[in-house]
Each structure stands twice: as structure tokens, then as C-alpha cells.
Ligand binder design. Structure first.
Ligand code: DGJ
Length: 728
């Protein structure tokens, strides 16, 4: 619900459990009053305090009123060069060379339905409302339209900003944040999800210190190193208590999330496209629309924050036909064969896989051009007839005869210098004339901002997709962007390259979706280098990490879980010793970890013993039985995998709380293990639950407050699963 109180000139957004309020003050400055647990109607601007602060300047029209400064007041969208020295929301280079932006309220509108952002990913859904607030810099004519969408049942507020040059001369947009959130206190922690290739989204948490701190990416992808999702929370906040704010950007390219603790002990969070490689000229009448940002607020800890985000992602981001639909159990040949395969090897792997209950066979990298290693072939999307003499026309029916669907790997954004495509169109790769381009995995990046490049690649992909019945595509991306220069743009527009690249990817993914509506697309960027809400709008699952070690995955999946639902995380059982770190883990444990995601196997199943095959058959059956809980249930982190030596446990609970699945993995073993119990979460205290089909019934209250005993385990990295079902 969006309300406007004409007397106090407040604009208030209510979701089911939260309230967000802003106010137009006497100078038409848009102040931020409140974001937190839901409160009744009323002007919350009494929370804003005014004081004369040295070196915090005063707007001209405030005259000698020294207690009024943009530097001290909470702003809804912070300005540039007119007295607020905290972190900026927008920066525009004006025709006279100045960079002042004095944004004042110029009107607002409440519209039925949620705003749309053409060409950009966004939460969607019927009904809802949009609040549009227009701010204007009178001297230059630059306008900023702040857009707000509300998803009441999910306690989710979305935001975007549209910046328009309503003046008469061109201006240059240098910075355009999607979100600015001023919080009237600074005793907060910033939580970010960081790492690198094969160790994505490890949680970091630190108190806000004076000044600006943040994370971002200028790699042309949201990156393995930092994720465009952050949490600001009370310092004592935990899973079940404490106020916390979650902010996510629906964008897969360069991003910046900055939090500032100001001199007066308040905090500001901004989030949007990273300004480093960005400059967008706006001719008179032209607009730039930022990506969407999503905000959630939980008054009682991270679990609730996660539930809001997960539900919203499942219901309002992932699109049909994959919304609420079980993902097929897949077998991928990458770690089983790498580049060394042919039709017979694939068919043999598929045959074993089908016998074990797998449903989708995925042929990974190496099937096209001269792709016998990772030095060549990218860009040449025609079947390598030495490996697959009969082409897909021969291979795919063989797989289908086994009762399996067929899927294929592609990396459309890239080109190797050793490829037909590069020889024909060297200028299609990002490179600055006169400078040899930087290599990443021996490949270059195609300039996806260019229409003709996209057309060529799309036509080639279509040929492949039309040549056989292909149900799934893994869309990979294996290097960061460098040499940012497009042959298609004049010098003064080279700051558009990265964003145009991203818009090009989104356009192609949308075309793919429109032309092949049933196609399941799995996103991937060397594992989880582009694991973000932007990508999830187009690809309902994303390969979580190239690290398939179950124990490292506990941390990766734990961090990922704060924002992203399990059903979105591609997660496979691979061989032991693991090929990324040499760790030996039991097959049971690898299954428990991998099935907490979009489940599959990535190993030579033909080499498994009969005993192992029986276990795999059982794991697939367990996943098929409990997929709804895993994919659609409420997720609870029961323990923290960063606590050395401990157990990692997590739990799914059905919306009616009658069913739950608990998974637990131990760390390295020790003698004389302590007696431990695991307190469960989310159960109905009034119900009685049967555990793993046993005779005994346990009260929900008993399991919540007393817990369930963890037996002593023999050996490292053991696991346990408990399926709870309410009796009666
Ligand atoms: C990186 C991906 O993350 C892997 O799963 C695999 O597809 C390779 N690329 C193939 O080159």
C-alpha cells in the first residue's frame, strides 16, 4: 500500500510487516524518514534531528538557518556538489563543466501495477502499485525519477532511478545508483559475500567504521570476488533476532555497494552500477534507467530476511515455466571427461546415468569447432565431427531413447583468436586499436553491445538448437572484461561499453527464452562468477561454483543461501578425492550437500561400484521425493560452517510446517566427541513429528527447544538427513 498524506507531505510504503517513509520538506528536499518494522499511519519525520554543525553548509534559501544542512539530513537520493559530502547517488557532468545536482521534489504519482524497466531484469507480478517521485535540478533541467515497487506479501520493496536530461544541452552521467538508504544510526555491521573463483560468496561481517566501505566489481561481471547482495544489521543480530536490511542489485555487470558511517554516527548505503568504467552521455530528452535494486527489512534476524527474499525470487523473479517446477536431475560430462570425449563415451555415460534415475544428460565444453582444449574454438558454434561424426542429429536421439533429455554447453560471449570467427571478424572482440588485448583463459570477449555480433552468435546458436531436441542450455562465461573499447562507438561514448554489453546479454537471453519457451537455461561464469538476481531472471538456476568439493561447498552454499534459494544453485556430486582440492569425502555426504540445490552428478558414473550405484540410485530417489521441500520450502541455517571443526546443519520446512528435511555434515573427526543436540527451527510447536519414518513421535516444541541428538560419527565429513513428518 502506498499512501500520501497531503498535510505532512509524507509518502509511505507499507508491506505486510514493514513501513518505508519519505517526506518533502519546506525546501522541497526529499528526506528519508523511516524504514523498519510496520508502524501505523503518521508523520515519522519527528525522528529527524536538526542542529547547527560546523562545516556542514546550508542551502542558499535556508538563509541564516544554520541547523539545516543536506550534510546532516537523511536523504532519499543523495545529491552532488550542494552540501551533502556523504556518498553520492548520482553525478552528472553538466555543459558548463560543473557537477552540481540540486535535486528537489517536483511531483509524484501513484500508478497501478508495477513499473517496467525495458531491457532490464526486474521483479514482476500482477497487481501492485508504483510510486514515482520526480526530483529536478532546476538550473540544469536534469530530472531523476525515483521508482518504487512494493510486493506486500513478500515484504519486498524494489527501486530504480530514471535520469533524464530535460535541459537543452548534452550532459554526461558519471554515476547512477539504483538505491540510497539512509539509516539514522551507525552501530551496524556490514555483511558481504566475498571470495574468488572456487570459493564464492563466503560470508564476511564487520562493524561499520568511520568512512566509506564497500564491495563491488569492475570486471564486467558481478564476479566471484563480491556479490551484489549485502546486509546491514544491528551488531548483535543473528539468525533469529536483530534488525537487518538486505539489499540486492538485479544486475550482472559492474556494481558497487557502499556503506558510509558519517561523522554524526548515521549510515548510508548506496548500490548501483560501478562508476569506474561508466559514463553515459545524455542528449536533450534522453534518459538512462538504472538496474533495479531490491530491499527487505527483517526486525528479527537473517532467517526471516532470507525467507522474504527466497519467496520473492521463487514467485516473482523466476519466470514460467520454471516457477515452482522441479528441475531435472542431471548428469554433466565435464569432470567425467573434460575435452576428451566422443559420441560413444557420451552415450555410455548417459546409459549408466539413465539407469540410476538421472533425467537430463548435459554435454559440456568441447563439442564444437576445433575445441580439443581451452586454447581454441570459441566462436565456432558448429559440431566437431571428429568427436561427434553423426552430429547432434545422431547423438541426441540416442540419449532420448534412454529416456533422458539432452542439454548442451555454450559460451556465446567469447571468442578464441584461434577460431574461424576471430579470423573473419577480429574487430568483434573488445580491444583498443594499437594495444594487444589481455587474454583470460586464452580467450577474448565479444563486443555484445553490438547488434551485428549478437545477431551472428544468435543465428549460430539457433542452428544448433534447431538441429536436435535440446531441453537445456548451460550458458557459461569464463573471463572478465578488459580492453574496454568498442569499434562501434565514438571516443566520447566508450564509457557505455560495459553496460551495453550487459544489455546485449540480457537481450539475447530474452530472445532465447521467447523463441524456446520450454528451454531450461543454467547460468554459469566459471562457476559462480555471475550469481546474481539479474541473471536469475533469465536463467532459473546458476552453477554455484566450479568447486565441487562437498566441504568447501558447505561454506559456498551457506553464503549463497542468504539471498538465493537452494533450487537456483546448480550443485553436483563429483569424484573423491575431489579434483579441486584433493579432499576425500564419503559419497553419502557428497549427495546430501549436492541435493540441497539444483541436483546432479559430474563424474564418471561408469567407474562406480555396484554399491556406489545403489547409493546414487537412492540419493536420486530421495531428491525426487523431497524436491518440493528443498526447492520451495523455507530455509533455515542451523549452524555456521565457518566454525572450525563443528557440524554444518541446515533445514527446509514446508509452508504448512508439517514436513521438514534436516541435513547435517560433520567436520574433521576427533576422539571422545562431545554429546550434542541440534535444535531445529520453523516447526509447529503444537504438532508431533515422526523422524525418518520411525515409531517415536517428537513434539515440535521438544525439537525446537530441546533439539534432536546428534550421534557420534566415525571418520571425517560424515552426514545425516532427517525427514520429519507431522503425525495425524
Ligand atoms: C567453467 C564451468 O564452470 C565448468 O563447469 C565447465 O563448464 C567449464 N567452464 C568448461 O569450460
Amino acid at each position: 500500500m502506498i499512501t500520501h498524506d497531503e498535510r505532512s507531505h509524507t509518502l509511505t510504503l507499507h508491506t505486510r510487516h514493514t513501513t518505508y517513509q519519505m517526506k518533502v520538506d519546506e525546501y522541497r528536499v526529499l528526506l528519508h524518514c523511516y524504514y523498519g518494522p510496520r508502524v501505523g499511519e503518521g508523520d515519522l519525520s519527528y525522528l529527524i534531528q536538526y542542529a547547527d554543525r560546523g562545516f556542514s553548509p546550508n542551502p542558499n534559501e535556508a538563509g541564516n538557518r544554520r541547523d539545516y544542512s543536506l550534510d546532516t539530513l537523511p536523504q532519499e537520493y543523495s545529491t552532488c556538489g550542494v552540501g551533502d559530502f556523504r556518498v553520492l547517488s548520482a553525478e552528472v557532468e553538466l555543459p558548463d563543466g560543473s557537477r552540481l545536482l540540486d535535486l528537489r521534489y517536483a511531483g509524484h504519482e501513484v500508478r497501478p501495477g508495477k513499473y517496467v524497466l525495458p531491457g532490464l531484469p526486474a521483479f514482476h507480478g500482477e497487481g501492485g502499485e508504483t510510486l514515482s517521485v520526480r526530483l529536478r535540478d532546476a538550473a540544469s533541467g536534469v530530472e531523476v525519477e525515483l521508482l518504487y515497487g512494493i510486493f506486500e506479501d513478500f515484504d519486498l520493496i524494489t527501486r530504480a532511478a530514471r535520469i533524464t536530461n530535460c535541459g537543452e544541452t548534452a550532459v554526461g552521467l558519471c554515476r547512477a545508483m539504483s538505491l540510497c538508504l539512509d539509516v539514522g544510526r551507525a552501530d551496524l555491521d556490514l555483511m558481504t559475500f566475498d571470495g574468488g573463483h572456487t570459493r564464492e560468496r563466503n560470508l564476511s561481517r564487520a562493524p561499520l567504521r568511520p568512512g566509506v566501505q564497500g564491495v563491488g566489481s569492475a570486471r564486467g561481471m558481478s564476479s566471484h570476488q563480491h556479490n551484489p547482495f549485502v546486509i546491514l544489521c544491528e551488531q548483535g543480530a543473528g539468525e533469529d533476532h536483530g534488525l537487518c536490511y538486505g539489499a540486492a542489485l538485479l544486475y550482472s555487470g559492474d556494481f558497487l555497494a557502499e556503506a558510509e558511517r558519517s561523522q554524526f554516527e548515521d549510515a548510508r548505503l548506496v548500490m548501483g552500477i560501478h562508476p569506474q568504467n561508466f559514463r553515459w552521455p545524455l542528449a536533450p530528452g534522453e534518459s538512462f534507467t538504472t538496474p533495479e535494486a531490491a530491499l527487505v527489512c527483517s526486525p528479527d534476524g537473517f532467517a526471516r530476511l532470507t525467507h522474504c527474499l527466497h519467496r520473492a525470487v521463487r514467485e516473482r523473479l523466476i519466470r514460467d515455466p520454471y516457477r515452482g517446477r522441479r528441475r531435472p536431475v542431471l548428469v554433466n560430462n565435464w569432470e567425467a571427461t573434460y575435452f576428451d570425449f566422443n559420441e560413444e563415451k557420451l552415450a555410455a555415460l548417459a546409459e549408466v546415468s539413465a539407469g540410476l534415475g538421472a533425467e537430463l544428460f548435459v554435454m559440456d565444453d568441447g563439442w564444437f569447432g576445433q575445441r580439443n582444449d581451452d586454447l581454441r574454438g570459441l566462436g565456432d558454434w558448429t559440431v566437431n565431427r571428429e568427436k561427434l561424426p553423426g552430429g547432434l542429429e545422431a547423438l541426441v536421439p540416442r540419449i532420448q531413447k534412454l529416456g533422458m533429455q539432452f542439454g548442451i554447453w555454450v559460451e556465446p560471449e567469447m571468442v578464441n583468436e584461434d577460431s574461424q570467427l576471430y579470423r573473419q571478424h577480429p574487430d568483434w572482440a573488445l580491444a583498443v586499436p594499437g594495444r594487444p588485448p589481455v587474454h583470460g583463459r586464452s580467450q577474448l570477449v565479444l563486443d555484445f553491445g553490438r547488434q551485428e555480433v549478437r545477431e551472428h552468435i544468435y543465428a549460430a546458436l539457433r542452428k544448433v538448437l534447431d538441429s536436435a531436441e535440446i531441453s537445456y542450455v548451460k550458458w557459461d562465461m569464463n573471463r572478465a572484461l578488459t580492453d574496454l573499447w568498442s569499434a562501434a562507438l565514438p571516443p566520447q561514448r566508450q564509457g557505455e561499453v560495459c553496460h551495453r554489453y550487459m544489455l546485449g546479454i540480457y537481450e539475447l537471453l530474452d530472445r532465447l527464452r521467447a523463441d524456446y519457451p520450454a528451454l531450461l537455461i543454467e547460468g554459469c561464469a566459471g562457476g559462480g562468477g555471475r550469481f546474481d538476481l539479474g541473471m536469475l531472471y533469465y536463467t532459473p538456476q546458476i552453477w554455484c561454483s566450479d568447486n565441487t568439493d562437498a566441504i568447501d561447498r558447505l561454506r559456498i552454499q551457506y553464503g549463497t543461501s542468504f539471498c538465493y534459494p537452494s533450487g537456483c544453485m546448480g550443485s553436483h556430486v563429483s569424484v573423491s578425492p575431489n579434483e579441486q582440492n584433493g579432499r576425500i569425502t564419503p559419497l553419502e555426504t557428497r549427495g546430501v550437500v549436492a541435493m540441497s540445490g539444483a541436483f546432479g552428478y559430474e563424474m564418471d558414473l561408469g567407474k562406480c561400484s555396484e554399491e556406489e550405484k545403489a547409493l546414487i540410485r537412492e540419493q536420486i530417489a530421495v531428491f525426487k521425493r523431497h524436491w518440493r521441500l528443498i526447492q520451495e520450502g523455507d530455509y533455515y541455517r542451523l549452524t555456521d560452517p565457518f566454525q572450525e571443526g563443528g557440524c554444518t546443519a541446515w533445514q527446509y520446512v514446508s509452508p504448512d510446517r508439517r514436513e521438514a528435511l534436516v541435513s547435517l555434515v560433520t567436520g574433521s573427526t576427533r576422539a571422545a566427541q562431545p554429546f550434542r543436540t541440534l535444535r531445529l527451527k520453523g516447526l509447529d510447536p503444537a504438532l508431533r513429528y515422526r523422524v525418518n519414518g520411525g515409531e517415536a513421535l517428537y513434539g515440535g516444541d521438544q525439537l525446537l527447544y530441546g533439539g534432536y541428538p546428534i550421534p557420534p560419527f566415525w571418520g571425517d565429513y560424515q552426514s545425516m538427513q532427517l525427514y520429519l513428518e507431522a503425525a495425524g
